[in-house]
Design a protein around this ligand. Structure first.
Ligand SMILES: [Zn+2]
Length: 402
C-alpha cells in the first residue's frame, strides 16, 4: 500500500528542495472543472460567449472524457490521480465505510506523489478529495470534502480556511498565514446548497442570495489561483473549480416536461447555469495568462451533468443534498457514458482544432499522459494509456519531456 510519509522521505533522500526546483522541467497546467457539460457549453461557444475556451479548443484537441460508473467528484478525481478504478484505489464515493472520503483511505499512489518523488515541483489548489493534504514537492491546498465547521459526514460543506478541522488543508503549513494575508480567509469549496425547507416560499430570495454567494466564492478562488500562479510557479500545477456542478444540480435550465420542474425556482434565474460557464471562462482567461506556448495545458472535468430523465429508485443519491435539496439534474447515472466529462489539451506537439470522437480519452489516461510528458515510466498499477492520439504525428512528440 502507498504511504504518504514515504514521499517526504524520498524528497529528502533525493536531496531535492521541498519547495521550488532548479532544473528545467516541462511545465504542465491542469485546470479541472467539476461537471463540465458540453450540452450547455456548445451553444455558448457557437455564440462566441466563451472566448477563452474557444481559443483553447482551436489551438488544441477536445472531446468527451469517458468517466466511471455512477460518477461523482471524489470517485472520479481519485481515478484521475491514480489511473486506477475506485475499488482499487479505495475512494469509492463521498462516504467510504461510513466515513467521509479522505486521503488516508487512498490505496494507490497519486500522480502528485509520483511527480514529487521524481523531482517535479507540484502546486495544487482545490483539487477534490485531497484532504488532509499530502506532502508534495511544492504546495497543496485541499478542495471538496475538506472537513470543518458545519460538516456532517459525507455532506458537502464549505468551511473557510480558519474553520478547517480534522487535518491540514494546506501544505506546507506555513502557507496558511500567507494565504490569509494575501488572498483572505478563503472558502475551501463551493457553497452548500439550500434545503427544500429553506427554499419553499422564498424562492426568489434564496436563489439570488445563493448565486451571489457562489459568485463571491468563485472570485476568491480566482484570486487564489492567480496569487499562486504569480508567486509560486511550479512545473506541474493543478487547480479545480467546483461551483458549476453545484449550480447545475438544482438550477439546470430544464423544461416543464422534465422531472422535478418547479416554475417558482426555474423562473428566478433561467441563465443561472450557463452563467457559470461564462464566469468559468473569465477564470480560464486568468489562468491562461500564465500559460505560454511551451506549456502543456489540460482542461478536464470528471463528468457532465444532465437533467433527471426518469424516476430512479433514489433520485437524491448525492449525499450533498442530505436528501433535502430538490435535485433536477445529476451525474451519478449507473451508466457513466450517459454523462461523459470533458477533455481539452493544448501544448507543444499537440494537434490543433482536432475533435476526439467517441471515447478515445478516459479519466484513467490523464496521469499516464502527464507522466509521459515528464519522461516518467508509467507504474504498472495504472490502467490508462498515454494519449498519443492527441499529438501531431508529423511533429516531435515529447521525447520523454527532455
Ligand atoms: Zn455533483
Amino acid at each position: 500500500m502507498f504511504k504518504k510519509s514515504l514521499v517526504v522521505a524520498a524528497l529528502l533522500a533525493l536531496g531535492l528542495p521541498l519547495f521550488g526546483q532548479a532544473a528545467r522541467k516541462p511545465r504542465v497546467v491542469v485546470f479541472g472543472v467539476n461537471g463540465m457539460e458540453w450540452d450547455i457549453i456548445r451553444p455558448l461557444l457557437v455564440r462566441g460567449e466563451l472566448p477563452n475556451l474557444s481559443r483553447v479548443i482551436s489551438r488544441g484537441v477536445y472531446g468527451k472524457l469517458r468517466t466511471v460508473a455512477s460518477p461523482n467528484c471524489p470517485k472520479v478525481y481519485s481515478a484521475v490521480a491514480t489511473s486506477t478504478p475506485p475499488d482499487q484505489n479505495g475512494i469509492t464515493g463521498f462516504v467510504v465505510g461510513g466515513q467521509t472520503a479522505n486521503t488516508n483511505m487512498l490505496k494507490e499512489e497519486p500522480l502528485w506523489s509520483i511527480l514529487s518523488k521524481n523531482g517535479v515541483s507540484v502546486g495544487m489548489a482545490n483539487v477534490p478529495a485531497t484532504f488532509p493534504v499530502m506532502p508534495v514537492n511544492g504546495y497543496m491546498i485541499s478542495g471538496m470534502l475538506t472537513r470543518g465547521k458545519n460538516c456532517e459526514d459525507g455532506v458537502l460543506c464549505s468551511p473557510k480556511l480558519s474553520e478547517v478541522s480534522g487535518g491540514d488543508a494546506v501544505y506546507p503549513k506555513s502557507m496558511v498565514a500567507e494565504i490569509e494575508k494575501n488572498v483572505g480567509d478563503i472558502s475551501i469549496d463551493c457553497a452548500r446548497m439550500p434545503s427544500a425547507d429553506q427554499i419553499k416560499g422564498h424562492e426568489e430570495q434564496v436563489v439570488n442570495e445563493w448565486l451571489d454567494n457562489v459568485d463571491r466564492i468563485r472570485a476568491q478562488q480566482a484570486k487564489l489561483f492567480e496569487y499562486l500562479l504569480d508567486h509560486h510557479p511550479t512545473d506541474f500545477t493543478m487547480m479545480v473549480q467546483s461551483c458549476e456542478d453545484r449550480v447545475g444540480h438544482w438550477l439546470y435550465p430544464i423544461q416543464p416536461y422534465n422531472v422535478g420542474y418547479n416554475p417558482k425556482v426555474a423562473s428566478v434565474r433561467v441563465n443561472a447555469f450557463p452563467d457559470q460557464y461564462r464566469a468559468l471562462d473569465k477564470v480560464l482567461g486568468k489562468v491562461l495568462a500564465h500559460v505560454d506556448d511551451n506549456t502543456y495545458f489540460f482542461m478536464i472535468s470528471d463528468h457532465g451533468i444532465k437533467p433527471l430523465r426518469e424516476f430512479e429508485e433514489d433520485p437524491h443519491m448525492h449525499m450533498d443534498h442530505g436528501g433535502t435539496t430538490p435535485v433536477i439534474a445529476k451525474h451519478d447515472f449507473a451508466d457513466g457514458d450517459d454523462v461523459p466529462g470533458a477533455f481539452i489539451a493544448m501544448g507543444p506537439g499537440i494537434n490543433h482544432d482536432k475533435r476526439l470522437l467517441g471515447f478515445q480519452a478516459t479519466v484513467f489516461d490523464i496521469a499516464p499522459t502527464i507522466l509521459h510528458i515528464y519522461g516518467i515510466e508509467q507504474p504498472k498499477q495504472m490502467q490508462g494509456h498515454v494519449l498519443s492520439e492527441i499529438f501531431d504525428s508529423s511533429s516531435a512528440r515529447p521525447a520523454g519531456g527532455r
